[in-house]
Design a protein around this ligand. Structure first.
Ligand SMILES: *Cc1c(COP(=O)(O)O)cnc(C)c1O
Ligand code: SF4
Length: 309
């Protein structure tokens, strides 16, 4: 992380580019910079993580899935009765240029200010919630001690049965997940019915040997799922998705969601229409068996939640 690039200037210097300063946060860890150097600017790492002048376009929305109206306490979104999304950090292992939260995260919105008492007070009054989903930012950027603290507090609530982590760290900063974190999660595996880990990954070329090792390490102890975002010019060929799905299968990861891209301001150059997306998914349906087929979903802009496309 320390050797990562943190501004457009640093990106320009390292890669000999001449980009306009991005309006959005920039962070690319060294793991990914080395891959960009290896693959060139046409590779999927450059396309997903290098800032681009196309971010200056003003079409799209600040809050493309209507999340901000769904915060019920600081860092807690409750949209579906029995599961709540907990966003304890705004830090990510890499800043994805297509991120649907890019406008919220860059402003370090009020809703991300910690007030954990309020989270617990809310959950005590909502016994219908049986699952806490750690999101962010990226929850695996938290220290093992912090994760331990949160899981311990949630374990005091009888009605919380399931824990889930949504993370990009295994695919983007694989060496960051140390044994302490795994030990903490393992400890709580006895307490909760399940600790599921959903890995955010979009392309087979992201699976380097470090990434493979990290996923294998997690897979020894926890059920692994994957979520991908369909992105124009990154993974919008059926072969891209097919290859990713089979490679993940070999690592014991079950495809969970394929997200239609959200209309986030500054990320519209990754956008595809629903018709284009459906066409790709229809072909994918023929290429992979049902048990390896992710659900193709859209997060509605009006905040009403996920819909199958
Ligand atoms: C996506 C999402 C969830 C999780 O939904 P699943 O279908 O269980 O994966 C929960 N809360 C919010 C706010 C979400 O956006
Ligand atoms: S890791 Fe997730 S939250 Fe962070 S920048 Fe990427 S898409 Fe956004």
């Amino acid at each position: 992380m320390r050797k990562g690039l943190r501004s457009t200037d640093e990106v320009n210097a390292r890669f000999g580019l001449n980009l306009e300063p991005s309006r959005y946060e920039v962070f690319i860890p060294n793991h990914i910079n080395e891959l960009i150097e290896k693959e060139g600017f046409d590779g999927i790492h450059a396309k997903q993580f290098l800032p681009s002048n196309q971010e200056l376009h003003q079409d799209g929305f600040d809050d493309p899935i209507g999340d901000q109206q769904k915060y019920v306490a600081p860092q807690l979104i409750h949209r579906y009765d029995n599961r709540a999304l907990f966003t304890p950090t705004t830090i990510c292992p890499v800043i994805c240029r297509y991120c649907f939260r890019k406008n919220e995260l860059s402003g370090k919105h009020e809703i991300f200010k910690a007030d954990f008492e309020k989270v617990i007070t809310y959950l005590k009054a909502h016994t219908e919630v049986n699952e806490i989903i750690f999101s962010g930012g990226d929850p695996f950027m938290l220290s093992a001690a912090k994760i331990d603290f949160y899981l311990n507090e949630f374990s005091k609530l009888e009605h919380i049965k399931f824990i889930r982590f949504h993370t990009r760290t295994p695919a983007s900063l694989p060496n960051y997940i140390g044994n302490e974190v795994i030990e903490v999660l393992n400890k709580f595996k006895q307490v909760f019915n399940d600790i599921n880990i959903v890995i955010h990954i979009n392309h087979a070329d992201e699976i380097t040997s470090d990434v493979r090792d990290c996923i294998a390490k997690l897979g020894k102890y926890f059920p692994l799922l994957s979520q991908s975002v369909l992105l124009k010019d990154v993974n919008d060929k059926v072969e891209d998705l097919e290859k990713l799905i089979y490679k993940l299968h070999d690592l014991g990861v079950r495809p969970y969601y394929l997200h239609h891209p959200d209309q986030a301001k500054g990320a519209m150059h990754f956008y595809l229409t629903q018709d284009e997306g459906r066409e790709i998914y229809r072909k994918l349906r023929r290429q992979v068996p049902g048990w390896l087929l992710p659900q193709y979903i859209l997060d509605s802009p009006d905040g009403s939640g996920k819909r199958n496309l």
